[in-house]
Design a protein around this ligand. Structure first.
Ligand code: HEC
Ligand SMILES: [Cu+2]
Length: 354
């Protein structure tokens, strides 16, 4: 029997679109290759030496022909651009219902953890139809996370979070690869994505190793590493409270100015590893660096915890910052209601002034 698949199985919501773009471009390429080939052979035959053909007054130009060979390729190229641009935007806009799964790449394995706490190595179990957003980082060299059946691939870098999302549409078992040459055992750095029915997935999730959720583990690490000693309720140190900080702009002291920085994953990570690089306005740079003390997994858990406490409603009526949160980073010189000389605790999080 024939078993010669040209493309891997198509098992995610975007896969058919990528396949369409692929075949469309292949078709255009094949068509023009043949078209040029036929012209070359046809004309070579027609005007070959010794042939009795009219060679007087060869045309020097033709406006019609020129318009055609500019216009047709332009329309085709723009259509390719359009299709790719739509796919590109899709690729970077995860849907709101996407579940976030942290992924750590290392020589030579993938470590993944479900929000419920369950850990996996080189395997990823998922319910069909559930959108998933992978938040990925490497603890050594550059890797790349590739699931051919989902038509998604993203580099995984040391020191920087990268993201990728997909929605599996078909129950099945699909290969997953590292697709960046990353050392001796690169070729075995891969595994399987197991897409299951919702019921099977829940059964799988319930078996063995229930453990703590990602956020609970983060909370435990937060206490264990003395973060709570400074950032917690009973702290005697002047440190900002972290409730609600995630996703908001934070005032950062830059020389004698204040700039606002969005508190995203990167910001929280840098705050923990390089606390002196961005010091919150109004506070002393007394936070110790945790460089080399926390693993990438621990950092992801702590970030998940800080994100979770960020979902609590901000306490107090005046806790909303008064600057334009949508504008992200901006110099704060003109911010109304913000006094650089006063500790921002009074302006931003009034419940903390002590
Ligand atoms: C010795 C006290 C101390 C400890 C311990 C400490 N921090 Fe901090 N932290 C601070 C201070 C003070 C600041 C504000 C000044 C700055 O940005 O460096 C801060 C800032 C931060 C910020 C930025 C907050 C904001 O509002 O933008 C984050 C996030 C953070 N710390 C997380 C942690 C985590 C996580 C831990 C434990 C792994 C930790 N801190 C341990 C004192 C501490
Ligand atoms: Cu790798």
């Amino acid at each position: 029997m024939w078993n010669f698949p040209i493309l891997p199985e198509s098992a995610s919501s975007v896969a058919p679109d990528y396949d369409f773009a692929f075949w469309y471009e292949v078709a255009v390429g094949v068509f023009f290759t043949l078209f040029v080939l036929v012209l070359v052979l046809g004309l070579a035959n027609r005007y070959r030496r010794g042939r009795q053909v009219d060679r007087s007054h060869p045309p020097t130009h033709s406006l019609k022909l020129e318009a055609l060979w500019i216009g047709v390729p332009l329309v085709i190229a723009m259509s390719m651009f359009g299709i790719s641009a739509v796919l590109y935007i899709k690729q970077f806009s995860p849907p709101g219902d996407a579940v976030e799964i942290p992924v750590v790449g290392k020589q030579w394995m993938w470590k993944l953890q479900h929000p419920e706490g369950k850990k996996e190595i080189n395997e990823l179990h998922l319910p069909v139809g559930q959108a998933v957003r992978l938040k990925m980082i490497s603890q050594d060299v550059i890797h790349s996370f590739f699931i051919p059946a989902f038509r998604v691939k993203q580099d995984v870098l040391p020191g920087r979070y990268t993201e990728m999302w997909f929605r599996p549409t078909k129950i099945g078992r699909y290969r997953l690869f590292c697709t960046e040459y990353c050392g001796t055992d690169h070729s075995v750095m891969g595994g399987w994505v197991e897409v299951m029915s919702q019921a099977d997935y829940e059964r799988w999730l319930a078996t063995e190793q229930a453990g703590e959720s990602l956020v609970e583990e983060g909370r435990r690490l937060f206490v264990l590493n003395h973060c709570a000693g400074c950032h917690g309720e009973n702290a005697t140190v002047q440190a900002p409270r972290l409730e609600g900080v995630y996703g908001r702009p934070v005032p950062i002291q830059v020389g004698d100015r204040v700039e606002f920085v969005q508190a995203d994953d990167r910001y929280i990570r840098d705050s923990i590893l390089l606390p002196k690089s961005q010091v919150v306005a109004g506070y002393q740079p007394i936070m110790p660096s945790y460089q080399g003390q926390l693993s990438e997994e621990d950092l992801l858990k702590i970030i998940a915890y800080i994100k979770a406490i960020g979902n609590r409603p901000a306490p107090g009526p005046a806790a909303q910052p008064q600057y334009d949160a949508d504008r992200g980073i901006q110099p704060a010189v003109e911010v109304p209601g913000y006094d650089v000389d006063k500790p921002p605790g009074a302006t931003l999080l009034p419940e903390q002034t002590r």
